[in-house]
Design a binder for this molecule. Structure first.
Ligand code: UFG
Length: 330
């Protein structure tokens, strides 16, 4: 049995990773200020320290609950659109978060760290699928913020021997297959929950952002990866960290268009998604699909919920049971 500190463990990917750790018998301390995360997303078996991860007093409290085998750092601002309205806040807060937590980890003698990173590092990629060798040229302040976080960790590695894994998520989607956690952002900007809400009538009809892309049906193609498969990848990279730091792109390798997502939601939910078409959203590349060959080879990871319908099925089930998210469990 091991013990982990999970910052942002009340958030979407963080809470699913906490479940995966608890399921295999590990101990978990969650550090979350609940500004975006939800108390209800922290599983009963985990201990919650509520506070900001850039606050030294809070960090002291959290590390006092160690010793920890590793820190998994999810806490961050993560909305691309938002980041373009307030870039200094995004870059400043996300960098302050990672440097504070990694600094406290070093002080506490923890030398393993996992960072939630993003496909947004690649901006408009030169080719797809996107492997780790491609140029890092973010086109959003959010992407830039994660790039500087990765670079900061390089220094923790060089100077302190802190080994880290940067996992660059593509499009996280879906919900815990056992129904224990799901996706609840405010505001919600992601396609899958918006399409599901539109079909259920709990949200406005969907607007498809652009139908004139250079793709077979004219809508953007993304690599939707099940959130529990993301969680599994975190567990699988931990044993690598004894030796070296690693960076992995994390997606299924299969892309689906916005229209295919709409069709899948209609099929799984048995209700069509009401939608209209609108202009392109600024900063959206036509196609983002990951090559996860490096991760698969290093860890044996492969998605258990690789098909879009499987992802949507778990998301639909969670939203059916929690029409208002964590605010009101059914
Ligand atoms: N989309 C719509 N209508 C909507 C919302 C989204 O058509 O109302 C489209 C987008 O234009 C895009 C696709 O659905 O083509 C997926 O959009 P999301 O907002 O769900 O996800 P993104 O691909 O924009 O962003 C995701 C993560 C980011 C990460 C990025 C990496 O949410 O955190 O991938 O490229 F940075």
């Amino acid at each position: 049995m091991s013990r982990y500190l999970v910052t942002g463990g009340a958030g979407y990917v963080g809470s699913h990773t906490v479940l995966a750790l608890l399921d295999r018998g590990d101990e978990v301390v969650v550090l979350d200020d609940l500004s975006k995360g939800h108390r209800g997303a922290v599983p009963r078996g985990a201990r919650l320290v509520q506070g900001r991860c850039a606050d030294p007093v809070v960090l002291e409290q959290a590390f006092a609950l160690g010793p920890f085998d590793a820190v998994l750092h999810f806490a961050a601002l993560s909305l691309v659109g938002d980041s373009m309205r307030d870039p200094m806040r995004y870059i400043g807060d996300n960098l302050a978060g990672v440097t504070s937590v990694a600094g406290a980890a070093v002080k506490a003698g923890v030398r393993k760290f996992v960072l939630s990173s993003t496909a947004a590092l690649f901006g408009f990629p030169e080719r797809v699928p996107i492997d780790e060798e491609q140029k890092l040229e973010p086109v959003s302040a959010y992407g830039e913020s994660k790039l500087v976080c990765e670079r900061a960790l390089d220094w923790a590695d060089r100077v302190h021997g802190m080994r880290f894994a940067a996992l660059r998520y593509f499009n996280a989607a879906g919900a815990d297959p056992a129904g224990r956690a799901g996706e609840d952002h405010d505001p919600e900007t992601h396609l899958v929950p918006l399409a599901i809400g539109a079909a259920m009538g709990t949200r406005a009809p969907l607007t498809v952002f652009g139908t004139d892309y250079d793709t077979p049906d004219g809508t953007c193609i993304r690599d939707y990866v099940h959130v529990s498969d993301l969680a599994d990848a975190h567990l699988r990279v931990l044993p690598l960290l004894g030796e070296r730091s690693v960076r992995f792109n994390l997606g299924t390798g299969t892309g689906y268009s916005v229209k295919q997502v709409i069709e899948s939601v209609g099929r799984i939910g048995g209700k069509p998604v009401p939608f209209s078409t609108g202009p392109r959203r600024a900063g959206d590349p036509a196609v983002l699909v990951a090559s996860s060959a490096k991760l698969r080879e290093a860890t044996g990871w492969s998605p258990r919920y690789g098909a879009l319908d499987d992802i949507v099925r778990t998301a639909w089930a969670w939203h059916s049971a929690h029409p208002r998210g964590y605010a009101k469990a059914a």
